[in-house]
Design a binder for this molecule. Structure first.
Ligand SMILES: Nc1ccn([C@@H]2O[C@H](COP(=O)(O)O)[C@@H](O)[C@H]2O)c(=O)n1
Ligand code: CDI
Length: 159
């Protein structure tokens, strides 16, 4: 049995008139993320953690942000593709843990939906994915509501 660990971090700027996708779920809010894709900062951090665990670079390497192919792409597709690249190397997901840093909106009500949505995309059990949320107590870019960040850690195993 071998194990690999990976971590990912992503940030997107917030602006009015944009959509806020987090963990594959559309969150009602007066601001959304500015991005080449749908700007799902949580899924991007999870993709980077998966790819990083097997030394495959990051999502920008596989899905460049200047490629028309990925313009406004649903990040659930990027999660599926990232997981396929990792799975091809013979790994299974043990668990994923993640944290979203956002001053607003209150994300707790949407977390179960994010977990079940991402679990379905990755073909794993909801119990294998943890999503948490924190404010930054009004400090920094998240605290000023200029942006949202997300951190993810994954553990993989190969039998
Ligand atoms: N955008 C957010 C941020 C936080 N939460 C939940 O509130 C709890 C308290 O947050 P603090 O930053 O004050 O520690 C946190 O543990 C989350 O459960 C949230 O739902 N949405
Ligand atoms: C997802 C991609 C591709 O559409 O673009 P963005 O949505 O801008 O996201 P980012 O986290 O900056 O990096 C990866 C990109 O390649």
């Amino acid at each position: 049995m071998s194990f690999r660990i990976g971590q990912g971090f992503d940030v997107h700027r917030l602006a009015e008139g944009e959509s806020l996708w987090l963990g594959g779920v559309l969150i009602p809010h007066n601001k959304g993320t500015v991005a080449h894709s749908d700007g799902d900062v949580l899924i991007h951090a999870i993709c980077d953690a998966l790819l990083g665990a097997v030394n495959l670079g990051d999502i920008g390497v596989h899905f460049p942000d200047n490629s028309p192919e990925f313009k406004n792409i649903d990040s659930k597709i990027l999660l599926k593709k990232s997981w396929q690249l990792v799975k091809q190397k013979g790994f299974e997901i043990v668990n994923i843990d993640s944290t979203i840093s956002a001053q607003q909106p209150k994300l707790k009500p949407y977390i179960p939906d994010m977990v079940s949505t991402m679990a379905k995309v990755a073909g794993i059990e909801p119990a294998q994915i943890s999503v948490k949320a924190t404010t930054t107590e009004n400090l920094g870019f998240e605290g000023r509501e200029e942006g949202i960040s997300a951190l993810a850690v994954v553990l993989l195993q190969k039998k």
